[in-house]
Write a protein that binds this ligand. Structure first.
Ligand code: NAD
Length: 428
């Protein structure tokens, strides 16, 4: 019997693509530099709490279906857990664990008083009606409610969830605790306690660290050609803001493919096309490329802002960008890191580069609890200050230990969380 022409992925490939293993390997390198003892490493590696819930939903056709949801709280030693909720057919516990751990390190890198959490529901939101999505969200919220709370765990949007999802979670939680509790989630609509500047925060933060990194490598924005993978909240907004600052955005992409124009794209026109047609296809006057071809374009800056495992041992050799700024979580594998480093490419790691979102989520939580809301100028100025000083601290750590910015960021983050255990001790 023929085994077919599709080869099963090798063990090495599966290992390379497992985000939890990727996180753990970088954690170990940082822990070695910090000289952490084995017991503390085990504490910091192990998620504090994991919850799996069954979510029964009556579908529009009256059929009863059960979905599976997760919430992982990786570490709450520095404060309540913070992290998004994603809806996708391929969500799995290892991925949610990795994302939760990344949130712990990310909150620590930018020094905001949160630990890391993440949630996910296995579903394909494109196949669900608005009513089904609402019932799924409310039942999932009820399922994990015992571990949520403004002082316990504060969710936010992630892939395939949005402001509306957060509004449903806020309402469901509020109905159960018998009072309106806006600080239970961030990324809410402005009219129910959202923060000005939150929608743009991650893309804005990507732009800020990109500018700081360019200064270090001696390049000016107007001389930098930029390739952006993903045109959603992170990629689309980063491209828009960087276009305004004079960068030449030569390529953008979505899940269906990429567009390329070496003279530079008219980014506002691209985004208007995307809003109208829901895909980049059909945008005039550009060359079409596949998603994998796009990553290999000749450029100075590459911003992967779509999804995990985009730069791997298979394509890292062919990536020509001098500077890679990770808008997405986990776009580069550990094996690819080594190849890029050998080539002299500078990578601004995800736990720093996309931390603008969680920083303004923190601002939203502070504003909700104070009941006093800031202007957009104040939000943006405070974000700028956090991103610039965090970049500087990561850069200094990398120089001090003679490591990449990624490992420098992990050393900074892991060191801060380890210090909390030394100060608080281990209870009982
Ligand atoms: P989004 O859903 O708004 O946009 C994702 C974009 O990527 C879309 O344009 C989609 O078409 C495209 N895409 C998906 N798969 C692709 C592929 N294989 N090749 C090219 N394009 C592809 O999501 P988002 O909020 O922009 O998040 C993107 C990444 O950034 C995720 O890794 C997310 O975890 C991370 N992130 C988001 C935030 C935030 O505030 N939104 C904060 C931190 C990190």
């Amino acid at each position: 019997m023929s085994t077919g022409s599709l080869a099963a992925p090798s063990k090495q490939t599966l290992e390379e693509l497992n985000p939890f293993h990727a996180m753990a390997q970088r954690f170990e390198i940082a822990a070695d530099h910090l000289g952490l003892e084995p017991g503390l490493r085990e504490v910091l590696r192990t998620p504090d709490r994991e919850m799996t819930v069954a979510i029964p939903i009556v579908m529009d056709n009256k059929e009863l279906r059960v979905f599976i949801g997760y919430r992982v709280q990786h570490n709450f030693s520095r404060g309540p857990c913070k992290g998004g909720i994603r809806y996708a057919p391929d969500v799995n516990l290892d991925e949610v664990r990795a994302l939760a751990a990344w949130m712990t390190w990310k909150c620590s890198v930018v020094d905001i008083p949160f630990g890391g959490g993440k949630g996910g529901v296995i579903c394909d939101p494109r196949e669900l009606s608005q009513g089904e999505l609402e019932r799924l969200t409310r039942r999932y919220t009820t399922g994990i409610m015992d571990i949520l709370g403004p002082d316990r765990d504060v969710p936010a949007p992630d892939v395939n969830t949005n402001e509306q999802t957060m509004a449903w979670i806020m309402d469901t939680y509020s109905m159960h605790v018998r009072r309106t509790t806006t600080a239970i989630v961030t990324g809410k609509p402005l009219s129910i306690g959202g923060s000005r500047g939150r929608t743009e925060a991650t893309g804005r933060g990507v732009g800020i660290v990109c500018r700081e990194a360019l200064k270090k490598i001696g390049l000016r924005p107007e001389n930098a050609r930029v390739v952006v993978q993903g045109s959603g909240n992170v990629g689309g907004i980063a491209a828009m803001l960087m276009h305004r600052e004079g960068y030449r955005i030569v390529s953008m992409s979505d899940m269906y493919g990429a567009i390329h124009r070496p003279e530079g794209l008219d980014v506002p026109a691209v985004l208007a096309h995307l809003r109208q047609h829901k895909r980049l296809d059909g945008f005039a006057g550009v060359e079409r490329l596949s998603n994998s071809e796009q990553l290999e374009i000749d450029c100075e800056i590459l911003i992967p802002a779509a999804t995990e495992n985009q730069i791997t041992s298979k394509n890292a050799e062919r990536i020509r960008a001098k500077l890679i700024v990770e808008g997405a979580n986990g776009p580069t594998t550990v094996a690819a890191d080594a190849i890029l480093e050998q080539r002299g490419a500078v990578v601004v790691p995800d736990i720093l580069a996309n931390a603008g979102g969680v920083t303004v989520s923190y601002f939203e939580w502070v504003q909700d609890r104070a009941g006093f809301f800031w202007t957009e100028e104040v939000v943006n100025a405070r974000l700028e200050q956090v991103m610039v000083s965090s970049f500087e601290e990561v850069d200094q750590m990398a120089r001090r230990f003679g490591v990449s910015l990624r490992i420098g960021a992990y050393i900074l983050a892991v060191g801060r969380v380890a210090k909390v255990y030394q100060l608080r001790g281990v209870y009982a």
